[in-house]
Design a protein around this ligand. Structure first.
Ligand code: FE
Ligand code: FE
Ligand code: ZN
Length: 278
């Protein structure tokens, strides 16, 4: 069975997200650990989390994907901004132990003119400060569109980070279809080639999650604007090839398309209908 879900609002708590997921035929989901702008996180209600966990067990959910606020910048030139990313990510990881075995995805950051090497160094430094040997959460670096001075637009940059953190077994990559297409990896005309490159540079065993999005912009535009499934430049045929590819079909897929719950439900139904039983 395909592992598929979408980004859900955490406004009504954890168990409510599980119920929302079930209501649209999902068997996993993504959520922001706190307001995407990075404000203070809500206090964890153990009963609410327990409710979600039993529901996940009953319905055989795939691991959840927690997304860090996208405004964090772990490789900012400003020490204060890096310190803020440190505090938020450390706190998120602590709280995620309430949902053991989840993944925690973050945008590597923008080096803002310091250069890619310096940026990567700062990201590794921060990760090495917050990772703990006993952590059950797997930290994921998201593939980015390569907008401005963003790090993570090339697979090699993510590999460089993975190579310099102290617990590499606790880290992996989240591949975003919109972002890599925007970054210049042609998943429409050469999905095999892109996956071969990912495997050669990073290793497909390090790929723990796929963000499934179409793109509002043409190939290699370095823009990062998500579009609904089949309404963008990637198109339905390529998205179908992604979910059915032998090297990807067992990975969990998370939609981050511009939709409300009912729209996500329709996309999940469509993708399920396109998923070929192995
Ligand atoms: Fe993201
Ligand atoms: Fe994404
Ligand atoms: Zn994006």
């Amino acid at each position: 069975m395909i592992k598929i879900g979408c980004h859900l609002s955490s406004a009504n708590g954890y168990e409510a997200m599980g119920r929302d997921a079930l209501s649209i035929g999902a068997n996993t989901f993504q959520f922001f650990t706190r307001n995407p702008r990075g404000s203070k996180a809500k206090v964890i209600d153990p009963e609410d989390v327990a409710g979600l966990r039993s529901l996940m067990k009953e319905h055989d959910f795939a691991p959840l994907l927690a997304h860090a606020p996208y405004t964090l910048n772990a490789c900012s030139a400003e020490a204060r901004t890096r310190e803020f990313a440190h505090l938020v990510m450390e706190d998120d990881l602590e709280r995620l132990e309430y949902l053991p075995g989840s993944c925690y995805n973050f945008h590597p950051g923008s080096h803002c003119g310091q250069g890619t090497d310096k940026g990567i160094h700062l990201i590794c430094e921060l990760l090495n400060e917050i990772m703990r040997p006993q952590q059950s959460t797997v930290i994921l670096l998201e593939t980015m569109a390569g907008k401005g001075t963003e790090i993570g637009g090339r697979f090699g940059e993510l590999k460089e980070i993975l190579d310099h953190i102290k617990y590499p077994g606790q880290a992996g990559v989240c591949l975003d279809t919109c972002h890599i297409y925007d970054a210049g990896y042609d998943i429409v005309n050469d999905l095999d080639g892109v996956l071969d490159e990912f495997d050669a540079v990073i290793g497909l065993d390090r790929l723990k999650a796929v963000h499934l999005n179409d793109s509002k912009n043409p190939f290699a535009s370095h823009k990062d604007r998500h579009e609904r499934i089949r309404e963008g430049s990637i198109g339905l045929e390529a998205i179908s090839a992604v979910i059915n590819h032998p090297r990807l079909r067992d990975k969990p897929f998370y939609l981050e398309t511009p939709n409300e719950l009912d729209g996500y439900g329709r996309e999940i139904a469509l993708l399920k209908s396109l998923y070929k039983d192995a």
